[in-house]
Design a protein around this ligand. Structure first.
Ligand code: ZN
Length: 151
């Protein structure tokens, strides 16, 4: 595994739309492994491939320590309720802000074996799903957050 460099706000790569993954091959497996290592080293709860300069629809999330969710071509298929909570981003260091997100989301994605999985996330996990999937479309949370500049 290798730790990758995380792009910071202002890098144009964070604003581009990522392409869907076709074949899930060894390169995608390496990308997933490297993204998990990078997320853990940075003490984040999620990382999207465009944050490491790879414009593919790949996300890793680790809200519960030791249980990494690997999402390939993820899609939010249901949203319920709402929450207004604090959020941050490894690409926007030293800042945080409040966002409006659904309280509960259902996500469909492929796992590293190409098997379709469905995940239901609530609270922090729901926020992480929304935040990371937004990255795949070039959206940063600061686009719609009330920033807390004291953070
Ligand atoms: Zn982020």
């Amino acid at each position: 595994m290798a730790k990758l460099r995380i792009l910071k706000e202002g890098d144009v790569g964070l604003r581009l739309k990522s392409r869907a993954v076709g074949e899930i091959n060894a390169r995608i497996h390496t990308l997933l492994d490297d993204m998990t290592e990078t997320m853990r080293a940075a003490e984040g709860v999620g990382l999207a491939a465009p944050q490491v300069g790879v414009l593919r629809r790949v996300v890793v999330i680790e809200v519960e320590q030791g249980s990494v969710l690997e999402l390939i071509n993820p899609e939010i298929i249901a949203r319920e309720g709402e929450q207004h909570e604090i959020e941050g981003c490894l690409s926007v260091p030293g800042r945080q802000g409040y966002t409006h997100r659904p309280m509960r989301v259902t996500v469909r994605a492929l796992d590293r074996n190409g098997t379709e999985q469905t995940y239901v996330g609530e609270g922090l996990l729901a926020r992480a799903f929304c935040h990371e999937i937004d990255h795949l479309d070039g959206i940063l949370y600061i686009d719609h957050a009330e920033m807390d500049e004291e953070a």
